[in-house]
Design a protein around this ligand. Structure first.
Ligand SMILES: [Zn+2]
Length: 210
């Protein structure tokens, strides 16, 4: 045991090996485990309660995607575009934006739990004009609620496009973190945080669609 060769032969490989495995875990585990906390707002007449199970499933799928390593890798490779003047997020790097998303500090209705999305979700009947324009839903500035149109929700379920709902949920939720985009369509709108993040969630949600 006192032979110094013991250290060279037995301890060095151990030190090198443990160092290598540490690097490995840094690379693959840098984002925290993510949780989704869903609260569904029930309408007084119980309307749309038949969709509550599907809303729960969509929120669970969103959680699975956020913890999906392939999704995280692609998210960290995105180049975001900012189309709104005085947007304070403009100065953030992709890594900082991703870290802001995973911190999940909503502007309103934050339970204070780190890396937990607090989602307040309501289904609503769309006005004919919104339906005609193909609008999925909306969020009023400063409100914690995500409003989704029932016609869009129902159509997505019946056309086997549940992953689209998950992308929509991610898009609207990112607004509660303060990410913005212009309403008017333009060439780079798909690169704004809500659209790019929502579309990537939608893409990976397909794997979890059930
Ligand atoms: Zn939006």
């Amino acid at each position: 045991m006192s032979n110094p060769l013991f250290f060279i032969c037995y301890l060095f490989p151990f030190i090198i090996f443990s160092h290598a495995s540490k690097n490995n875990s840094d690379e693959f585990n840098e984002l925290p485990e993510f949780h989704v906390n869903l609260e569904i707002r029930n309408l007084p007449n119980g309307k749309y309660s038949m969709y509550f199970d599907d809303m729960e499933k969509a929120a669970k799928t969103f959680e699975s995607v956020m913890n999906d390593k392939e999704f995280q890798k692609e998210l960290l490779e995105l180049n975001f575009h900012f189309d709104t003047e005085n947007d304070p997020n403009k100065v953030l790097s992709t890594a900082q934006i991703v870290s802001k998303i995973y911190d999940a500090k909503e502007e309103n209705g934050d339970s204070g739990t780190i890396s937990t999305a607090d989602i307040y979700w309501i289904l609503k009947k769309a006005k004919p004009r919104a339906k005609w324009k193909g609008i999925n839903g909306y969020r009023n500035k400063g409100s914690k609620f995500i409003n989704t149109y029932s016609y869009y929700f129902r159509n997505s379920l019946s056309s086997n496009n549940k992953h689209d709902i998950v992308g929509h949920l991610a898009h609207e939720w990112s607004h509660t973190l303060g990410f913005l985009h212009k309403n008017k369509p333009h060439d780079n709108r798909s690169k704004t945080v809500p659209y790019a993040f929502g579309n990537l969630v939608k893409k990976h949600a397909k794997k979890y669609q059930n």
